[in-house]
Ligand binder design. Sequence first.
Ligand code: SF4
Length: 468
Amino acid sequence: MTKRAIAHKNSVSKSPVIKKSVAKSPVPKSPVTKKSVANSPVPKSPVRRGKGAEGQGSGGAEGQRKTPVAKTPVPKTPVAKISLRKKSVLKKSASNAETPKNQKRHHFRGAKSSHDQPKIQPRPLPQTKYENNIPLLGLSLSQLTEWVQQQDQPAYRGKQLHQWIYQQGAKTLEDITVFPKQWRENHQDVAIGRSQILHRSVALDQTVKYLLQLADGQIIETVGIPTQKRLTVCVSSQVGCPMACDFCATGKGGFTRNLAVHEIVDQVLTVQEDFGRRVSHIVFMGMGEPLLNTENVLAAVRCLNEDVGIGQRHLTISTVGVRDRIRKLAQYQGQFTLAVSLHASNQALREKLIPSAKHSPLDQLMAECREYVNITGRRLSIEYILLAGLNDAHAHAIELANLLRGFQCHVNLIPYNPVKEADYQRPSPQEIQAFVDGLQQRHIAVSVRYSRGLEADAACGQLRASRR
Ligand code: SF4
């Protein structure tokens, strides 16, 4: 975190200074902004199916500019189209939230029966009528219904509250004008759990990096990556990151704390409101290592899927590898994509780039990945940052191909994005192509991904919670 970012740490959320500091951007806003969001109970914005913007491991935004270089048969999987144009779909989504058994479950080789699988649980409901300091964002429809009843309101208010929080962008209970005025005044201390936008920077490709201030003054970054058909959000899962990857600005800044469920969900709602269009894809590739905050990340995945309405197959969780966590994650049999950031083809090189890798040896990591694929039936994404003269030699390509032989995966090569904290270089286009050829000749499915948002320091590995 830079001095400037720290200076903002103690800013009061409603301070006019903060409002001023929000930079005006040239991002064209659709008419579905504040007004229409407030007036329309059902935002009209189709969510399209497609593959997530998977990218350069954690620590930044990855764009959809993709160079497919190997034609490998990809198993087609049915994705439920979610269109919020139809109220009936909203009802269905709410119904799914309350009846997990209705959700489609796919069973694969080695899969446990649905009775044995641990379910992704929402955050616990506040226990007493007066326990009002727990934010409401992140609670399910049934929990919100239970909560309003605790607060002496009829059950149907729960559905209203759910809609205002997740569809209409209510920041406080005061915003929810369908609730009785007196009741709202009596519940002014109840937080919904939204953040403040401290700063936004816009790259030439219209990627937007946001500095968000949390209730305790901590600052995180999140990135909105628009294309014509998609809006992808690269979310953070921690304030800082303890993994200390040598090429990553976030890792250089140290670790402060895990993010709570509402702080993760808020990032998606913030980007959605700012762009005035529906978020279609989410990648957990911002600040932090998601599998060090698994419980909250999974609770946020549940909420984003069931309450916000984003298909699980449009979500990607990225990890550099934390011992036993991938195995544990497999038990949930989620339909999200798991992206494993290898960045090296052998243990010694991996430890040099990712110091925490010594606790998660490559052979064990690969064993967990195979188990994950066997249990979930989901193909893995393997992320590999190309660093000139370090891990981009032909020998590395061969070593990587041998490591992944027979493995159900797709390799994403990410040419390095420069950060001032590290002295690495991006390979030349010829070197990148040579690496691609090395993998392709050994029948490894591979793509080259160029990060979006480079000029705004919003690309992979460039997030550092500062305004630069
Ligand atoms: S330091 Fe953390 S945020 Fe950065 S790449 Fe490593 S795991 Fe991801």
